[in-house]
Structures are given as structure tokens and as C-alpha cells.
Ligand binder design. Structure first.
Ligand code: GSH
Length: 196
């Protein structure tokens, strides 16, 4: 497996996921600021938008951190990072997995840009609604699905950490506690060490 990666980007989510799943891979650094690096044919094939992370696994080529996490958890079930298709927790798992790119990221972007939210028509509601749902989701814990850590925690946990880094994480005890649990995971530390 090859991971197209760049330090201090969303590629760290894929690196965290691969470490959680204990999968071996080759890390290919792509300097996303260098247009020539993005022309590397193998990278261009895996990532049509020229974005990291991207993954090559045999004949499979794909980009997007959420898609990569979903793929890895399903393709390598021994990792135990996704509920099985017939597990009643599968629905909640998919909800949280899609919550990260579909709700957290656009709500954050809107808040960051200072655009006026329209909670009714925007698919992501707005920043406050996103935080409210997230807080309720991690309240019981320790993880989104309860006792069992899943790939959804990689995506959502990385998003919470991202908000913290950009000073956008509200003063919320459940969210801070959840973030601390995420960053304490050895696999998270492995991914962060690559960034250094
Ligand atoms: N939805 C994608 C977003 C990926 C993304 O935007 N990556 C940024 C780095 S964090 C990138 O590669 N930017 C370079 C570019 O767009 O040219 C994901 O979650 O993987």
C-alpha cells in the first residue's frame, strides 16, 4: 500500500487510521505547494483533485480521508475499526463518518469565513448546531459508538483537534475530554510524529 502524504495536512488522518489498523505501507511525500510534485502520474491517478491524502492499494486508487478510512476499515476487518454490515451500530458509524466531511468541515469553513449561516437550507446546519450534536455524541463516551473505538473517531477526532488548533473549539468539557482521549492514543502519536 502507498499513502500519498504531506506533513501537517489532512493526510495525518489517513496515517492515524493506518497506524490504528496496524497496516504496513509506503509513505510517499507529495509537496502540495509544488505543482510539479502534483504531476507525478501515480499521485494524479489516485487523486484527481491533486489533494492529499490519497491511497494506492493494489489496483485500488482513491483520495479523500473519509473515503480512505471507510475503505481501510472495511477492507481490513481484522482491525475491528468498523461495525459489520449487519451490526446495529453500523448506522451510527456511517452517520459519524459522514458527519466529519459533510457537517463539521463546511460548518467550520462558514464560521471561519464569517459567512451568515442559513441553518435551514445549508446541509450542515450551522456551527452551533454542529457543536451541539457533536457534544451529545461524545457525552457518554469514551467513543462515538460507546466502548469501542472506530474509524469514525479518527475522522471526528481529527476534526475536533483541528478546531482546537485553530482556536475554534468552544469551551466544552465533553469535547475537550474526547479530544484528550483521541490524542492519547498511541496510533495518533505515531501519525503526529511523522509530521515532525
Ligand atoms: N476532503 C479531502 C480534503 C483534502 C484536502 O483538501 N487536502 C489539502 C491539504 S489539507 C490539499 O491537498 N490541498 C492541496 C490542494 O488543494 O492543491 C480529505 O478529507 O481528504
Amino acid at each position: 500500500m502507498k499513502l500519498f502524504w504531506c506533513p501537517r495536512t489532512r493526510a495525518s488522518r489517513a496515517a492515524w487510521m493506518l497506524a490504528e489498523a496496524n497496516l504496513q505501507y509506503e509513505r510517499v511525500t507529495v509537496d502540495i505547494r509544488d505543482p510539479n510534485a502534483k504531476r507525478d502520474p501515480a499521485f494524479a491517478l489516485a487523486s484527481p483533485m491533486g489533494k492529499v491524502p490519497a491511497l494506492e492499494d493494489g489496483d485500488v486508487r482513491m483520495a479523500d480521508s473519509a473515503a480512505i478510512c471507510i475503505y481501510l476499515a472495511d477492507r481490513y476487518p481484522a482491525s475491528g475499526l468498523a461495525p459489520a454490515l449487519d451490526d446495529p451500530q453500523r448506522g451510527a458509524y456511517l452517520y459519524w463518518m459522514v458527519f466529519s466531511p459533510g457537517v463539521m468541515e463546511p460548518a467550520l469553513g462558514e464560521k471561519f469565513m464569517g459567512t451568515k449561516p442559513n441553518r435551514f437550507s445549508a446541509g450542515w446546519g450551522d456551527f452551533d448546531a454542529m457543536i451541539e450534536v457533536l457534544e451529545a455524541g461524545v457525552h457518554t463516551g469514551p467513543w462515538l459508538l460507546g466502548e469501542k473505538f472506530s474509524a469514525a473517531d479518527v475522522m471526528v477526532g481529527a476534526g475536533v483537534q483541528f478546531m482546537h488548533m485553530f482556536g475554534m473549539l468552544p469551551d466544552s468539557a465533553p469535547l475537550r475530554a474526547y479530544m484528550e482521549r483521541c490524542v492519547a492514543r498511541p496510533a495518533y502519536q505515531v501519525a503526529m510524529a511523522l509530521d515532525e
